[in-house]
Design a protein around this ligand. Sequence first.
Ligand SMILES: Cc1cc2nc3c(=O)[nH]c(=O)nc-3n(C[C@H](O)[C@H](O)[C@H](O)COP(=O)(O)OP(=O)(O)OC[C@H]3O[C@@H](n4cnc5c(N)ncnc54)[C@H](O)[C@@H]3O)c2cc1C
Ligand SMILES: NC(=O)c1ccc[n+]([C@@H]2O[C@H](COP(=O)([O-])OP(=O)(O)OC[C@H]3O[C@@H](n4cnc5c(N)ncnc54)[C@H](O)[C@@H]3O)[C@@H](O)[C@H]2O)c1
Length: 441
Amino acid sequence: MFDVLFIGSGQGAWNGAIPMSQAGLKVAVVEAGLFGGVCSNRGCNAKITLDKPVELVRNIEQLQGRGFDSVPAINWPDLMAHKHEVIGRLAASNEQKLVKAGVQVIKGHAILTAANTVTVGDTEYTAEKIVLVLGQLPHQLDIPGQAYLHDSTDFMALTQMPQQITIIGAGYVGMEFASIANAAGAKVNVVLRGHQPLHEFYQPYVDRLVVDLRERGVKFFYDQQVESVTETDAGLLLRGANQFALESDYIVDATGREPHLTDSGLENLAIATNQNGIEVDDHLQTNVPGIYATGDVVDKTQPKITPVAAFESQYLAQLFTGQTTAPIDYPSIATTVFTSPRISQVGISPTIAAQSPDQYTVETFEYAADWFHQVQNETTGSLTLVFDQDHILVGAVEFSNEAVDTINGLLEIIELRLTHDQVQRFIYTFPSTQHSYFRKV
Ligand SMILES: Cc1cc2nc3c(=O)[nH]c(=O)nc-3n(C[C@H](O)[C@H](O)[C@H](O)COP(=O)(O)OP(=O)(O)OC[C@H]3O[C@@H](n4cnc5c(N)ncnc54)[C@H](O)[C@@H]3O)c2cc1C
Ligand SMILES: NC(=O)c1ccc[n+]([C@@H]2O[C@H](COP(=O)([O-])OP(=O)(O)OC[C@H]3O[C@@H](n4cnc5c(N)ncnc54)[C@H](O)[C@@H]3O)[C@@H](O)[C@H]2O)c1
């Protein structure tokens, strides 16, 4: 009998499985697909590999006539080969990390069959605790011609960049892929059901991102109800309500992801679920004692992103090895949309702050007016900081090429509630964004 058995090997599993095993627990991880799950094999890592040249081209574009007189074209087939080279190795190395840490890896599809019991093929395994790390699956539009639509995994394996690409949905995946495909030379259409892309992000910066993408040729079609896709001589024809029609060569369904609740036997133990995922208590335990859940499959208000899955997994390691009995206590969580420029944010949003002016003050710094950003001719960037009544930084959002570094840097100040005097003790490298802006905190 195992002490702990994980179903799924993604970020919500291995980050906890390894320290649990190192602490002496007998741990197993069952995986039906690639070890490391979505992020490692067909999510974050693949996406950022395809985005790297986009980021570089963006920086060179900004310096046209200021040191550069041409913009290099992205060679998509070469880039894709590079992506396969980098990402193709990860599953085996993820598996080896588990093996080296003494975790038993089990390959196959696990089904919960009874309390403390899981079957994989013909073999039955028992465990004192079982952790469900089942992830999410792409939502698929239920329309005629759905078979012509592609998901994020297909896009990130494209051998040639299509000339005309249509993306349905303007969330993380839709906007990141629009940014990449545009930079790689495709004519890009983004079709939205509403009129608010990236609704979880600070909208004034989303508006700037849309303006920027539009100037680079991306077309946005708002308030569209897509109805069908048919094949034509010219390619694919997307039709919607009110005679909406759009021709393209390739269509991505980026209409979201849904918790993976089927096929794993959750119903055999009557594990409580809803459309947002598996219901858990404040110790990540489901309604069935001894069965826990982490990562994207969990019904939660926190963003369904890798660092949150990893944090939950590490929390279970502490819980199961007796280092804590406390409920999970999520810290401030930084989120980023990896468009070019990026939007990165953490803590109280300026939108929420503006609704309570007696509690918060908001300061915005436009990078166009800053000499250090003029160096790279970055004219659209901006940083907005939110302070509470004690002038402690409680939120930050940035729109810029370097937004990830800025917001990750400010995270410590926010999470540790550092005062102005404490921040003044940091001597940052000059020139840097940190020197210019963090010392204003
Ligand atoms: C295109 C894309 C880009 C993304 N980019 C980012 C990013 O830049 N930054 C970020 O933080 N997040 C990003 N994410 C989100 C991130 O990938 C997820 O938050 C993360 O992968 C969640 O990890 P997880 O362990 O919960 O589940 P997953 O990684 O989904 O792993 C679940 C695993 O469980 C396995 N499994 C399921 N059922 C069974 C079963 N019954 N038996 C055996 N195995 C089973 C599956 O095969 C899968 O490998 C991105 C996601 C996508 C789709
Ligand atoms: N940078 C990152 O951290 C990152 C990147 C990619 C994905 N992710 C994670 O992956 C998950 C999925 O991302 P996503 O972008 O697929 O989902 P999402 O929920 O962010 O966006 C889905 C989009 O599709 C639209 N939509 C839904 N139904 C539609 C319909 N019928 N017609 C037209 N539009 C429709 C929504 O309005 C929304 O704009 C999220 O949990 C996210 O956290 C994170």
